[in-house]
Design a protein around this ligand. Structure first.
Ligand code: ASP
Ligand code: MG
Length: 443
């Protein structure tokens, strides 16, 4: 069995839904995981925000606009009056549900129930569309099998047991359709896997059913070896290892949600990134196969703040780093990059919310310097310590750019540089020229 996930843009209009339906053959048994139609979850968040503020007019305005949009989708998606009317009834019932919250008390519980409507609607519409085309399919309700535990982590055992039970109970189908993103929590309440979580759903489902392959369909032809917004002639990477893909997903390759790589890696299920606009293009295959001696890609992460703590007391002392880390921990602020010397430590964060408090607390332990508007540029590939020369190639490429921090050795697949945001475009281009646009991109 295969898992095929289509994101919000891929099902973003009636026309796009029809194209996705045409892509689905019955050659392989498959579970199709859908996001909400593009823009819907944002609108639902907006509705929830108005309801928290008790601004019912604001909420109603967004609700009505969204409902009208769906009425149009129904009209364009279905041909027969019978299906149009089924579609209209479906939309009506979901929007009646959403509107019911404009009169009652509004808490996070109601918010999560509202956020779940986008995926419930997109999957039902898609299911009806397949039926109208005469294609057999069955709906698998994610709320009946997808679950997170008390720590908000997926409950793998529960998911596996329940999805397989539901699949067994149903008559064998070639195509199953299910919702991405939504789940229940440890208390059985409606919850979700966080924004962008449909990729994670696909990965968790793939693991639970021991899928032969997890396909993530978007509107780009796989992961690129550099950021096409800043660099011309980037190329799609045909093969990546799980470790390389995890690094790239984290460093801003929006195509794949970072959390979705780990479950697939642990279960060793290949993940294929494919393009709905170009269904026959090769895309990117992510597997346990690590291509040797290759630099795969360059990526950048914006909005980074660097914090340097210098202290004579760090010299030959133990416990210094722990104290520093505890400050970040107390403000629930993750550290991205870290470098140390005998007299100081530099770290980077991408969440500035508690920067002032953090800096204040750090001053107990030394002098503190802060640099805003930094960018992490990372090179991802087979950079194991046994390979010689790659660091030289990388540094040679960026020899004219001031570098604030360098990090290597945390993984064998990533070398990161911290530079000023104003040098980002130049750095990405220089690295691209050196690593990918010359005769050979081998180390
Ligand atoms: N619909 C959800 C979101 O917009 C989940 C997803 O699309 O992956 O965040
Ligand atoms: Mg997405």
């Amino acid at each position: 069995m295969r898992v095929l996930k289509f994101g919000g843009t891929s099902v973003g209009s009636a026309q796009r839904m029809k194209e996705v339906a045409d892509l689905i053959d019955d050659k392989h048994q498959k579970i199709v995981v859908l996001s909400a139609m593009a823009g819907t979850t944002n609108s639902l968040v907006e509705i929830a925000n108005y309801l928290y503020q008790k601004n019912h007019d604001g909420a109603n305005e967004v609700i009505n606009t969204l409902e009208t949009k769906y009425e149009q989708v129904v009209d364009e998606l279905f041909i027969s009056e019978a299906f149009k009317s089924r579609g209209r009834d479906l939309i009506k019932s979901h929007f009646e549900f959403i509107k019911s919250f404009t009169i009652d008390m509004f808490t996070v519980f109601e918010e999560k129930a509202i956020l779940a409507q986008g995926e419930l609607i997109s999957t039902a519409l898609f299911h009806f569309h397949l039926q109208e085309k005469g294609k057999q399919s069955a709906l698998l309700p994610a709320l009946d099998y997808m679950r997170i535990d008390k720590n908000n982590e997926p409950d793998g055992a529960y998911i596996k047991e329940n999805i397989n039970k539901i699949l067994k109970e149903q008559e064998e189908q070639a195509v199953y359709i299910t919702q991405g993103y939504i789940c229940r929590n440890a208390f059985g309440e409606i919850d979700n896997l966080q924004r962008g979580g449909s990729d994670y759903s696909a990965s968790l489902i793939g693991v639970a059913i021991e899928a032969e392959e997890i396909q993530i369909w978007t509107d780009i032809d796989g992961m690129h070896n550099n950021d096409p917004r800043y660099v011309e002639n980037t190329k799609s990477i045909s093969e990546l290892s799980f470790d390389e893909a995890a690094e790239l997903a984290y460093f801003g390759a929006k195509i794949l949600h970072p959390t979705s790589v780990l479950p697939a890696k642990l279960a060793n299920i290949p993940v294929r990134l494919l393009n709905t606009m170009e269904p026959n293009a090769e895309g990117t295959l992510i597997s346990s196969n690590q291509r040797k001696e290759r630099m795969a890609a360059v990526a950048a992460k914006d909005g980074i703040t660097a914090i340097k703590i210098k202290s004579g007391r760090m010299l030959l002392a133990y416990g210094f780093l722990r104290k520093v880390f505890e400050i970040f921990e107390s403000y629930k602020t993750p550290i991205d990059m870290i470098t140390t010397s005998e007299v100081g430590v530099s770290v980077t964060i991408d969440d500035n919310k508690h920067l002032d408090e953090i800096v204040n607390d750090l001053k107990k332990y030394g002098t503190v310097e802060v640099d805003n508007d930094q960018v992490i540029v990372c090179v991802v590939g087979d950079l194991v310590a046994d390979n010689k020369g790659y660091a030289n190639t990388i540094f040679d490429a960026v020899k004219d750019i001031p570098i604030r921090m360098i990090s290597y050795g945390g993984s064998n697949y990533n070398l990161s540089l911290l530079i000023s945001a104003k040098d980002k475009k130049k750095a990405l281009n220089l690295l691209s020229d050196k690593l990918f646009n010359q005769e050979t991109n081998e180390i």
